[in-house]
Design a protein around this ligand. Sequence first.
Ligand SMILES: Cc1ncc(COP(=O)(O)O)c(C=O)c1O
Length: 287
Amino acid sequence: MSLKVYIGGKLYDKADAKISVYDHGLLYGDGVFEGIRSYSGRVFRLAQHIDRLYDSARSIHLQIPMSKADMAQAVTDTLAVNKLSDAYIRLVVTRGAGSLGLDPRKTDRPAGDHHHRLDQPLSGRALRARAEDRHRRHHAQPSQRTQPADQVAQLSEQHLGQDRGHEFGLPRGPDAQPQGRARRVHRRQHLVVRRGALHTPSLDSGILEGITRDAVIELARLAGHTVVERAMDRHDVYTADECFLTGTAAEVIPVVECDGRPIGAGQPGPITQNLRTRFHALVRGES
Ligand SMILES: Cc1ncc(COP(=O)(O)O)c(C=O)c1O
């Protein structure tokens, strides 16, 4: 049986699951996504993923034209139709098809009403313009706490990392890393172990509220570890006893080297291994 893909309320065979070349998600990366997993027929923390998807959408001024309950139902129905129990699910909501040009008003899912004020005729022939410097444009980027469909910057970080034979790339430089903090490891988040305690960048450094990170923090606390959320930089990774990454796709994955420096003993550490085992038990046991 061919895999069925859900698009806009209908299921399509994989070969027919297509979107318009005018879709602003394709043209401009204008959309949001969630990566989700199911284990033994149960979707792990689906409600949290759906909430985060709607928050990401709200943040980029995109109204999702269905309720959260219907979205959750679409996920479980699509899994059921495909008879999938262990699966990686990619939920993508784009601005929809529109005309060429970034203008989000000219799409299936235009940005909110206040944009329509721009449609009002301008008096005379002069435009009121505003000069935006680079600093300002930087701040116009979607919040780091959303999951924008445009992942070009993350892709180039990944290529950089792979070219150097690294298992992951930490963003470098002030542009990628405001305040010099290590905060984004494409689609994964890092935690380090130091003297038995776990340290990880805090949410107030603007990171995504990672669902796997959250689950691992709960597990670590249950296992009796102190968890410290704080500003971190690469020095914390270089000098850690252990380091691992979390993410829906990666689950819990040890990091044994960073920028040519072995981390701790250069092997997956015992606390990482233990949390990994606990995580695998959690995802299979939790409904
Ligand atoms: C920037 C970023 N950080 C972290 C993650 C991992 O988060 P989660 O554990 O919720 O999948 C993702 C997931 O796609 C991500 O895009």
